[in-house]
Design a protein around this ligand. Structure first.
Ligand SMILES: Cc1cc2nc3c(=O)[nH]c(=O)nc-3n(C[C@H](O)[C@H](O)[C@H](O)COP(=O)(O)OP(=O)(O)OC[C@H]3O[C@@H](n4cnc5c(N)ncnc54)[C@H](O)[C@@H]3O)c2cc1C
Ligand SMILES: *[C@@H]1O[C@H](CO)[C@@H](O)[C@H](O)[C@H]1NC(C)=O
Ligand SMILES: *[C@@H]1O[C@H](CO)[C@@H](O)[C@H](O)[C@H]1NC(C)=O
Ligand SMILES: *[C@@H]1O[C@H](CO)[C@@H](O)[C@H](O)[C@H]1NC(C)=O
Ligand SMILES: *[C@@H]1O[C@H](CO)[C@@H](O)[C@H](O)[C@H]1NC(C)=O
Ligand SMILES: *[C@@H]1O[C@H](CO)[C@@H](O)[C@H](O)[C@H]1NC(C)=O
Ligand SMILES: *[C@@H]1O[C@H](CO)[C@@H](O)[C@H](O)[C@H]1NC(C)=O
Ligand SMILES: *[C@@H]1O[C@H](CO)[C@@H](O)[C@H](O)[C@H]1NC(C)=O
Length: 529
């Protein structure tokens, strides 16, 4: 079976998971959750204590990285599953009153599990937003309002139900949760044409630390700016976003072209760097470099907002080494392309769009991700060295996601997401495995770090930038002691560049006691107390 370490698939290795040996041990004893009156009121019907028989299932349903599903992984005392917005207000106020830390989870895809694991050793609860998933679409106004617990698949489906010529620019993986994905930026196949998800958000609703529900007007432009790329979890609980729909063509085109090193993959990658960030912004040409059978396979996974004839004629001129022919292309509706992009290997022509509604509860492989930005084209010689390193390591893969187009036109401080003009492409380091042993994890995580270290000369510097949605605790964590601001600046400068200081000011203003925190949240100003 061919390995697909960097396939955009959401559904890594589900079949092989049944082979895992399941631990039969009982979890080690954990303290019994507190029972103050604010928990026994309206919250009691939506609250799972850690001794409740359903607790493991409710917790595991939205675990998307099997590494954070072991008996030694820290567990919450409680999970609260709001059914209405007022439940979120009650949960925030109650947690503050009884001194429980909060973790907010929408789709659960955080690569480091920050939405359900706290490494702080303080008692915490998970606010699981998955039941708050209403979506309303207004084609006349070309907007949709989507609650945080909805998946991208549900958003795409609801838009498609209402109009075949509208879409929304967001992630490739259709089980991503709106709450985490959009607050962290949100990129997908239309980013060069329409920018990120956050560039198309026009309103939001949030529950703040005082338990108030605030819309854009009530929260003000600073906080509204922060929750477009700064991550939600530092500022409050995002209840919903209102987004602007974008026009899509009735048919779009997708294709995948693969070359090994022996088939001149390196030349292809050299030309790709000239073409992918500069070509017509209807194209998204993602390049994967995958270790495969002692060689490297360059795989171009592509989306074009238009028909196959036009795609082929443009690419023949601009990207001759690709050698694209019409028979490589599939024309399909936009909703079908969302299904294809989620997992090209699984795609079947004629598939029912309803498949995109599948939340695939409680399925995940073991994985590690890291990120980088490239601002200067990487030479052919350097690419050959990188390929050699990938072969030597054996499992870690790279995905190059081209920027340019609309991404380069939006100022770096328009939203909290800073990586705009000047970036040719973003790199995702990616490794997936299916062996639950700690040794396997150590080995594969080491591989990503080793390749990351090898890449140093070729990527952004001072700071070495990173993408918040590709959460990576290697780049710094906060212990919220005396040096919290300095610790925060280490990862904060990488995720947010010049926007970090403004995020700190906003954080200090809206949550001065730092209730909303996690290992990589925005710190408050050092002299605040
Ligand atoms: C298989 C896979 C594919 C991916 N593909 C893409 C992609 O194509 N494009 C892309 O941009 N990213 C992608 N990502 C990254 C993804 O966007 C982030 O992991 C994102 O944070 C997931 O959101 P979530 O709600 O599912 O995650 P969660 O784990 O629920 O949340 C992530 C973070 O946001 C916080 N948060 C969640 N909900 C709320 C809320 N309602 N209010 C405040 N804070 C909240 C959490 O506390 C946590 O810090 C992918 C991730 C995976 C695992
Ligand atoms: C577990 O929690 C759910 C949700 O609050 C509740 O309905 C159920 O009765 C609880 N089960 C037990 C055995 O306490
Ligand atoms: C988590 O582990 C349990 C067994 O302990 C297993 O049943 C479940 O499928 C796992 N879920 C994920 C997402 O790894
Ligand atoms: C690779 O490039 C070489 C030199 O340009 C060329 O001769 C050869 O035909 C190419 N191979 C393939 C498979 O395209
Ligand atoms: C691996 O590569 C060798 C040599 O190029 C080839 O003979 C073999 O068929 C390849 N195996 C697979 C599984 O692709
Ligand atoms: C869409 O693509 C399909 C498949 O190629 C084709 O049959 C159909 O005519 C196209 N529709 C439009 C509007 O281009
Ligand atoms: C998963 O495990 C099986 C059996 O050990 C192995 O053959 C397969 O290559 C593994 N897949 C990945 C992606 O590691
Ligand atoms: C991983 O890297 C660490 C530090 O470089 C090293 O000590 C350890 O032996 C490595 N582990 C494996 C399994 O390669």
């Amino acid at each position: 079976m061919a390995e697909k370490p960097a396939s955009p698939s959401c559904f890594f290795f589900a079949a092989s998971l049944v082979l895992l040996t399941l631990s039969s041990c009982l979890a080690s004893p954990t303290p019994t959750p507190p029972s103050p009156s604010c928990l026994s009121g309206t919250l009691s019907n939506i609250l799972y204590r850690n001794n409740n028989a359903s607790f493991p299932t409710v917790l595991e349903n939205y675990i998307r990285n099997a590494r954070w599903n072991t008996t030694t992984t820290p567990k919450p005392l409680l999970i609260i599953t709001p059914l209405q917005e007022s439940d979120v207000q009650a949960a925030v106020l109650c947690a503050k009153r009884i001194g429980l830390q909060i973790r907010i989870r929408s789709g659960g895809h955080d690569y480091e599990g920050l939405s359900y694991v706290s490494r702080s050793q303080q008692p915490y609860f998970v606010l699981d937003m998955s039941n708050l998933r209403q979506i309303t679409v207004d084609i006349g106004k070309q907007v949709a309002t989507v609650q945080a617990g909805a998946t991208l698949g549900e958003l795409y489906y609801n838009i498609w139900k209402n109009s075949k010529i509208h879409g929304f620019p967001a992630g490739l993986c259709t089980t991503l949760g709106v709450g985490g994905h959009i607050s962290g930026g949100g990129y997908g196949a239309m980013l060069r044409k329409y920018g990120l998800s956050v560039d198309n958000v026009i309103d939001a609703k949030i529950v703040d630390v005082k338990g108030r529900i605030l819309n854009r007007k009530a929260m003000g432009e600073d906080l509204f700016w922060a929750i477009r790329g700064g991550g939600g979890a530092s500022f409050g609980v995002v209840l919903s976003y209102t987004v602007k729909l974008v026009p899509v063509t009735e048919n779009v085109t997708v294709f995948r072209v693969e070359r090994t090193l022996e088939q001149n993959a390196t030349d292809l990658a050299v030309q790709w760097q000239q073409v992918a960030p500069t070509i017509d912004d209807r194209f998204f040409l993602r390049l994967l470099l995958l270790p495969s059978n002692k060689t490297v396979k360059a795989s171009i996974v592509a989306f074009f907002l238009g028909g196959a004839d036009e795609a082929v004629s443009i690419l023949k001129k601009k990207f001759p080494l690709l050698g694209l022919e019409k028979q490589n292309c599939i024309e399909m509706s936009w909703i079908e392309s969302a299904i294809w992009l989620n997992n090209p290997d699984d795609y079947k022509i004629g598939v029912k769009p309803e498949i995109i509604l599948n939340r695939r509860l409680n399925t995940a492989g073991f994985l590690k991700r890291k990120s980088d930005y490239v601002q200067v084209p990487i030479s052919k010689e350097a690419l050959e060295g990188i390929a050699k390193k990938i072969i030597e390591l054996g499992k870690v893969a790279l995905a190059f996601n081209p920027y340019g187009g609309k991404m380069a036109e939006i100022p770096a401080d328009a939203t909290a997401f800073p990586h705009r003009a000047g970036n040719l492409f973003k790199i995702q380091y990616s490794v997936n495995w299916n062996d639950s042993s700690p040794a396997a994890a150590e080995n594969f995580v080491n591989e990503t770090r080793s390749l990351y270290s090898y890449m140093t000369p070729f990527v952004s510097k001072n700071p070495r930038s990173a993408f918040l949605n590709y959460r990576d605790l290697d780049i710094g964590i906060n212990t919220f002691g005396k040096n919290s601001y300095e610790e925060g600046k280490v990862y904060g400068a990488k995720y947010f560049n010049g926007n970090f200081e403004r995020l700190v000011k906003i954080k200090t203003a809206v949550d001065p006691d730092n209730f909303f925190r996690n290992e990589q949240s925005i710190p408050i100003l050092p002299n605040n107390h």
